[in-house]
Design a protein around this ligand. Structure first.
Ligand SMILES: CC(C)(COP(=O)(O)OP(=O)(O)OC[C@H]1O[C@@H](n2cnc3c(N)ncnc32)[C@H](O)[C@@H]1OP(=O)(O)O)[C@@H](O)C(=O)NCCC(=O)NCCS
Length: 316
């Protein structure tokens, strides 16, 4: 285990990762043993505070007011490292994002207001990039729902992002299939306006992600994709911000889970795992572990079946 002590080095390798789901602080009932659903406990003279998923708090009927997103700084930080917490909370404070810090033996964890998760992730990535001597990401990134006026810019962005096939690594001849797919998704019954999300910087659309209605048997789920970022701005956290916002919006809308086809190396950082471990078979068996699933707070479990994307995917 490597434990970093130098502040600049710690900041350059923060690696913020967003846990799925919302978390809350609740007073834990006196005399009750703390259960596995609780992620942290603080005992005070006045009583015991539990930090737990919102879902579990609701199951237990516990009261809460602050609903948080949980960000783990995956850098290994020593408990006696000086300045990391101050640097991180200053950066978030400057952006008017409140932040509660919990330290474990291995990592520091930040609880920020759930609605600010995407922005907080962006700020932490920029803080880290500044200490790597890399160009910081776009100064102000807005993540919002798409409007029809954005569509030409979105289609152009997707054409650029998929000009090299993510599957083969080879240049694509002509217009990438993702462009035609997206045109059809915009007009499909399965289109969900609140889950067609753009990232905008200086009035330029620099990232895009769409999730559309999909199913396993009769259970409504989401199929995510395409997602793309303007090539010159890739690796600056824009894709992560779009993923975080998609997950936040999907949870807020009471969705059950999101499936996608993509690199497990990338999507595992958002909590996605092989879909078949949840009883969900890929539409194409050959997709194997590249077909991934993220259960959301309202995931019912006990599901067995093959995933069906929105109709336009069939025509690919
Ligand atoms: C994939 C994509 C959406 C990610 O967005 P991004 O803004 O570039 O990514 P972020 O800055 O949020 O994340 C960067 C991190 O993800 C990793 N990453 C990015 N794309 C990856 C991929 N395809 N496979 C594995 N890791 C990947 C980077 O190595 C980097 O890792 P680090 O944080 O450890 O340094 C973007 O690169 C893109 O548009 N690619 C072309 C189109 C595409 O492949 N779409 C997805 C098809 S499933």
């Amino acid at each position: 285990m490597i434990v970093e002590n130098q502040l600049a080095s710690l900041l350059s390798s923060l690696q913020p990762a967003l846990r799925s789901g919302d978390y809350v602080y609740a007073a834990w009932p006196a005399g009750t043993a703390v259960d596995d659903g609780v992620a942290a406990v603080i005992r005070e003279e006045e009583g015991t505070t539990a930090v737990l998923t919102r879902e579990r708090a609701d199951e237990l009927g516990l009261d809460y007011s602050f609903v948080a997103a949980w960000i783990t700084l995956e850098v290994q930080s020593a408990l006696d490292a000086v300045g990391l917490t101050a640097a991180v909370s200053s950066a978030l404070t400057a952006a008017h994002i409140s932040c509660n810090v919990l330290a474990g033996l291995h990592h520091d964890h930040l609880l920020v207001p759930a609605g600010e998760a995407a922005r907080a992730m962006e700020i932490l990535r920029e803080l880290s990039a500044e200490h790597q001597g890399r160009e910081p990401g776009p100064a102000a990134l807005t993540i919002r729902a798409e409007t029809p006026a954005d569509r030409p810019a979105i289609l152009e962005l997707v054409a650029q992002a998929f000009a090299v096939s993510p599957a083969t690594g080879l240049a694509v001849e002509g217009t990438p299939v993702e462009v035609g797919l997206l045109r059809q998704l915009f007009d499909a019954d399965e289109y969900l306006p609140e889950l067609s999300i753009v990232a905008e910087s200086d009035r330029e659309i620099v990232g895009y992600a769409i999730s559309t209605r999909a199913w396993v048997n009769d259970l409504e789920l989401l199929g995510l994709g395409p997602i793309g970022v303007t090539p010159r701005l890739q690796q600056h956290g824009i894709g992560s911000a779009l993923m975080a916002e998609t997950i936040r919006r999907a949870n807020a809308a009471g969705e059950r889970g999101i499936a996608l086809l993509g690199s497990p190396d990338y999507y595992s950082r958002f909590g996605f795992v092989a879909a078949d471990s949840f009883g969900i078979a890929a539409p194409e068996e050959a997709w194997g572990r590249y077909f991934q699933f993220l259960p959301l707070a309202l995931w019912p479990g006990g599901v067995q079946g093959t995933f069906r994307y929105a109709l336009p995917f069939k025509e690919l």
